[in-house]
Design a protein around this ligand. Sequence first.
Ligand code: SF4
Length: 461
Amino acid sequence: MTTVLLPDPAPRERPFRRPTRQGRTFHIRTFGCQMNEHDSERIAGLLESDGMVPTGDVADADVVFINTCTIRESADNRLYGNLGQLKRLKDANPDMLLIVGGCAAQKDRDLVREKAPWVDVVMGTHNLDRVLDLMDHAEAWGPITEIVDELQAMPSSLPARRELPHSAWVTIQVGCNNTCTFCIVPAVRGPEISRRPGDIVREVERLAADGVVEVTLLGQNVDTYGRDLAVDGRRRPIFADLLRRVGEVEGIRRIRFTSPHPNDFREDVARAMAETEAVCEQLHFPLQSGSDRILAKMHRGYTVERFLGRLAMAREIVPDLTVSTDVIVGFPGETDEDFEATLAVMEEARFDQAFMFLFSPRPGTAAAEMVDDFVPSDVAQERFERLVEMQNRISWERNQQLVGRRMEVLSEGPSKKDPAMATTRTRGGKVVHVPAELPPGTFADVEITSAGRHHLFGRLL
Ligand code: SF4
């Protein structure tokens, strides 16, 4: 049986519930962005509150949750590949409960059902807090689909099982009011809704009391945070104020945020970064293209000149800023000239790191309709390789400049590849491998001894 329930009009408080699945195991697979990673932590927290324990082996799991992404075609393909593999496990163990949540489920609920009728629960991005009830329903009555199409208000915060005990994500806003032509997020996550600042600060205080020293504030466009909140005769909260308020929470030594938007990033945020000790010198500043013509086709709302001007402003106000970016190669209509312009901007901006993607048309977006302008895949691939090669060189050069510098790092524990090394991060977010035993959550001062493209090596001081 498939049921679609209507959304609640008000934020839901989670009533106390006695654990009912004591000792049963769960396994979560996450695709996509940090928002999804955080959602998976919240799902894990809810399952643990019901007495369940995580397992790394999917074949051992009583409950499998796939948290899906739909930003690129490859993510869709991986989802259906995974569901095929899980069908074999479910055939062997019919009691296994299979749940598909996240953006692909929100957008393609019927397709998921059609392609994988063996899935027990299909749920969206706005009703995570309902996961236990939906599992109860599926166990008692059979398969269920529940998608809330539009979030009316931010739900109350949920318990989360953090990957690193000292570090936590904090959602400050969901949805997006922009109309970037390549992006499916507004269709899937809906319009922007901000959480009240007091609510956010209280969550950060609770995390600090629980031993968290680092928080990452999450939103699709953090620079427009608060614009939707009621004024009540006072001015609306803005992101710069939020940074300062979170910066006052005792025990929080590092604050990061993602993502700002170059069109909305203003000097007040840069000043709040520079003047709030806990806010790290790290900025993700998505360029997407270095051609004004393509930026306009993408509906990004800024020109290259404005982008570079704001980047220069941020670097001037926040010394030692580490900057990363996103670039799409082969957007419909991109000519050799447009691509050369992107290369030139990348050379000028000298990002520490870039997340580079080949354009992939997402059904439901405006760019997917620009079929006549699609760039041949061999041309796009060749451009992509040139861009990656260039950025690798720039990342390496930027990292070389850090050799000999003394920096504070925060440990994430033993390196997965070499347990004799600790994996740590600088305030700028760069990975530093240190030959030392440093439990997760330990701060240390190191000197950078050598550098590669993607990480640094250091020695304890
Ligand atoms: S700002 Fe653009 S790319 Fe970012 S989530 Fe909104 S629509 Fe998508």
